[in-house]
Design a protein around this ligand. Structure first.
Ligand SMILES: Cc1ncc(COP(=O)(O)O)c(C=O)c1O
Length: 437
């Protein structure tokens, strides 16, 4: 089923520490020893592996990057033109001014924009700008924000600090111990935890960093309370919309939630698979970027910029958000219906464009492995998350949900008769941070 891909992955693990460049693309997180692992080409939601198998992507579609579907023709046309006109030059590409203007227009509270290429680095830039603008060091944060020192330093105090925010078991090896105590976590919807940090830090807070929403809705008054605390202490409020941006509306989801940050960060959802990131903020805060050295050669290349312009314009003109919400809502309802019909206990959450479920059982990794294995056999790249794209159709959803219902029924039976482990064709999925051997 996945011969060439797994052979190549075995070779990769000898040449590339950890096997892949992104933890969540490790085959061990999806279907150890059986995941196809590599693709030869992808179009829309069709993915072709190295053995000539074709799958439909009902999983995260490039970790949430391909909101229009893989190799979108309109975005690719803009990129091809940029390639033909030169993607790099001694001069700057004019499109970056157009993109800055578009992002400010979509976020009327903002005035200025800086660009980068990845989410984690864009969050590191936003953090630097906040520290430069306030002259303070301490960061209060909630959720996941990338791999950089400012963030992973939270695990220096206690290696389990980030367990609820990131993956359990993440070691901060290599992060300077001097950063201990500079990044302090609070939980989503727990205003009192943020208030405690503010009290204890006594005026030293540079920024409050969080996703405005991810798996759960904000409780009434939570985001407004965070905004008030930021204003009172003078901390910069940074919304990380690397994943939530451009899913439910053209721009950040905060536009719908009615609370504005001082900086919002976008990355993977703005450019349909081409690297691009934007740090969008008020003039007052963003101008501090001039007081610090924040500069990189490839932040000036042209492909990411034109891909973002083409993606955002198509998103806005074709109301892609409405499609993502429609498809995601159908998936969430379909999972629940299939579970009810087959007697499987599951938990579903997430905003519709970023949906996920878990099986409620004593051994979730085994149940999840069985699900991925059985869906792969039916021609689906499928896990516990579903990130919708403009390329998903109602027919895709109908066929997928029919397959899910079959697999849920098999899973329920295997759980009932105790044969689940025996039915797994390889090891169970990894759930925490592991060194690969
Ligand atoms: C909320 C959030 N912030 C930051 C990041 C890091 O982005 P990247 O993987 O592009 O560095 C991610 C990636 O998943 C994310 O979901």
């Amino acid at each position: 089923m996945s011969g060439k891909g797994q052979n190549l992955y075995r070779q990769a693990k000898k040449l590339i520490p950890g096997g892949t460049q992104l933890l969540s693309k490790r085959p061990e997180f999806l279907l150890p020893e059986l995941w196809p692992s590599y693709y030869s080409h992808a179009k829309g939601i069709e993915v072709h592996d190295l053995d000539g198998n074709t799958y439909l992507d009902m999983s995260h579609n490039g970790v949430g990057t391909c909101i229009l579907g893989a190799a979108d023709p309109d975005v690719n046309k803009a990129v091809h033109e940029a390639i033909d006109n030169g993607t790099m030059s001694t001069l700057n590409c004019p499109e970056e001014v157009e993109l800055a203007e578009l992002l400010v227009e979509l976020h009327p509270w903002s005035d200025m924009v800086r660009f980068a290429r990845c989410g984690g680095e864009a969050m590191a830039i936003a953090t630097r700008i906040a520290r430069a603008s306030t002259g303070k060091d301490i960061i209060a944060f909630c959720g996941y924000h990338g791999w950089h020192d400012w963030y992973i330093s939270a695990n220096l105090a206690d290696e389990s600090t980030l367990d609820g925010h990131l993956l359990p078991g993440l070691s901060p090896a290599g992060v300077p111990r001097a950063l201990k105590g500079t990044a302090l976590p609070f939980k989503y919807n727990k205003l009192e935890e943020l208030e405690k940090i503010v009290r204890e830090q006594d005026g030293k807070l540079a920024a409050i960093i969080m996703e405005p929403i991810r798996s759960s809705e904000p409780e009434p008054g939570f985001l407004e309370g965070v905004r008030k605390i930021a204003d009172k202490t003078g901390a910069v409020l940074i919304f990380d919309e690397v994943t939530s941006g451009f899913r439910v509306c053209a721009g950040g989801i905060h536009l719908q939630l009615g609370v504005n940050p001082d900086i919002v960060v976008f990355a993977k959802s703005i450019s349909n698979g081409y690297p691009m990131a934007a740090i969008v903020g008020t003039e007052k805060v963003m101008n501090a970027a001039q007081d610090s050295f924040i500069s990189s050669t490839y932040w000036t290349e042209r492909v990411g910029t034109v891909a973002a312009l083409a993606t955002i314009k198509k998103f806005r003109d074709q109301k892609v958000n409405e499609h993502l919400i429609h498809i995601g809502t159908r998936i969430q309802e379909g999972w629940k219906k299939a579970a009810e019909a087959t007697g499987l206990a599951i938990h579903v959450d997430g905003i519709p464009p970023l949906s996920h479920f878990t099986v409620k059982t004593d051994d979730p990794p085994a149940a999840h492995t069985f699900f991925v294995q059985s869906m792969l056999e039916r021609g689906y790249l499928s896990g516990m998350v579903f990130y919708g794209t403009f390329a998903h159709t109602d027919k895709h959803v109908d066929d997928y949900l029919a397959a899910v219902t079959e697999v849920f029924a098999d899973l329920t039976k295997a759980l009932e008769d105790g044969t689940l482990t025996a039915k797994l064709k390889g090891p169970t999925i990894h759930t925490g941070f592991h060194r690969l051997s």
